[in-house]
Design a protein around this ligand. Structure first.
Ligand SMILES: *Cc1c(COP(=O)(O)O)cnc(C)c1O
Ligand code: SF4
Length: 362
């Protein structure tokens, strides 16, 4: 066999994305070797004893310089273990969980965690307690119990697959879940929350898309936090998904020193639209233990929304939400455009602070 043919055969047996994952950086020695002199080996070791590290070589390759937006999202920081403020499960996902791995918080939709693996461990992750460390990984039985719960709850019309990252399952494992959910008559839509189009876009293959499109209406919400994360590989991945008829949304987390800046956010939102991804949510960082150094003031989020609305396409403007601590659900926070209301006259101000009057029907 010629060399090229051998290479092709290997790629058929082991998909490229699995090869990339196998080369992930998981310990202090590997990291120090790559980032010579730029990180403190002892600090890294101390942090990852508590919160594991996992950085695949693709995501690592996006780092342009020390402490940039990519670096801060994936390289462990000693502040994770120094600052003890916060909670392991700030959103009470486990309290609101009738079945292991399923959260039923809202009337008509449920969140089902189907994987505890991620293509990269984000240092700010809300589910830091689960990802990687994980008390217990999701077994097929757990998932089946979740599906059984959905079957018995006819009020549920929307199932959100999350994790970890659902797209780190193998195609046939994911298909088994999608197929089982699709067989439930009262389920109208399925959503997948995944960071893979950003952190491991090679995972999005034509085969995966051909499988996914059998289970429409299917939506994907991905997770980009910074314009530097949007590269040719991500564009290719999102094009494949969108061409399979899957509407794409984005959920970002507002992160100190990463994207807490109106100009950066505007660029991110605009760039997302160019790769056919519609900004959906921007989250205020949760009160998760070990992530306090990422948190911003709520007013900064409001300022970011104010800097978008009117100044750029409305398509670019996400909802800014706080996931209420203790499990109250997402609460939208918006700039105030209503000055006052007297009788049927409402005084409004527009994005440039000019005042307008609107007369309501009497
Ligand atoms: C975010 C979330 C949902 C989905 O909320 P939408 O506003 O419909 O996107 C559902 N369940 C839980 C537990 C969630 O955290
Ligand atoms: S991909 Fe999502 S679940 Fe996984 S570590 Fe990052 S934020 Fe957490």
């Amino acid at each position: 066999m010629r060399k090229q043919e051998i290479k092709q055969q290997i790629e058929i047996i082991v998909p490229l994305w699995e090869e990339i994952l196998k080369k992930s950086i998981v310990n202090d020695e590997q990291l120090c070797k790559i980032l010579k002199g730029k990180v403190n080996a002892q600090d890294i070791k101390k942090v990852i004893e508590k919160y594991p590290m996992n950085i695949n070589p693709y995501y690592l390759s996006l780092i342009k310089k020390q402490d940039d937006a990519i670096w801060k999202q994936c390289i462990p920081d000693i502040r994770e273990v120094e600052d003890d403020f916060g909670f392991d499960d700030p959103l009470h996902e486990e309290e609101d969980s009738p079945v292991y791995g399923l959260t039923h918080r809202y009337p008509d939709r449920v969140l089902l965690l189907v994987s505890n693996k991620c293509a990269m461990y984000c240092r700010f992750c809300t589910r830091k307690r689960k990802v990687g460390v994980c008390y217990k990984s999701m077994s097929k039985e757990d998932i089946q119990k979740g599906i059984e719960y959905i079957k018995q709850h006819k009020e549920v019309r929307d199932v959100i697959l999350s994790g970890g990252d659902p797209l780190l399952l193998k195609d046939d494992e994911l298909e088994f879940i999608l197929k089982s959910i699709r067989e439930i008559k009262h389920i109208e839509i399925i959503r997948i929350g995944t960071r893979v189009p950003c952190t491991l876009p090679q995972r999005i293959t034509p085969e995966l898309c051909a499988m996914l499109k059998k289970y429409h209406p299917l939506y994907i919400n991905t997770h980009f936090n910074h314009p530097d994360e949007i590269r040719a590989e991500s564009k290719r991945a999102c094009t494949l998904l969108a061409d399979a008829g899957i509407p794409l949304g984005n959920q970002s987390v507002l992160l100190r020193g990463i994207n807490d800046n109106p100009a950066v956010m505007k660029k991110l939102m605009q760039k997302l639209l160019t790769i056919r991804v519609k900004p959906y949510y921007v989250y205020q960082a949760d009160l998760t233990k070990g992530t306090n150094h990422f948190r911003t003031k709520v007013s900064e989020g409001i300022d970011i929304i104010r800097s978008l609305r009117g100044y750029t396409s409305g398509m670019c403007v996400p909802h800014f939400v706080i996931d209420a601590p203790g499990g109250g659900g997402k609460i939208p926070i918006t700039p105030n455009y209503v000055v006052n209301k007297e009788g049927n006259s409402i005084k409004l101000k527009n994005y440039e602070d000019k005042e307008f009057e609107y007369i309501e029907p009497g």
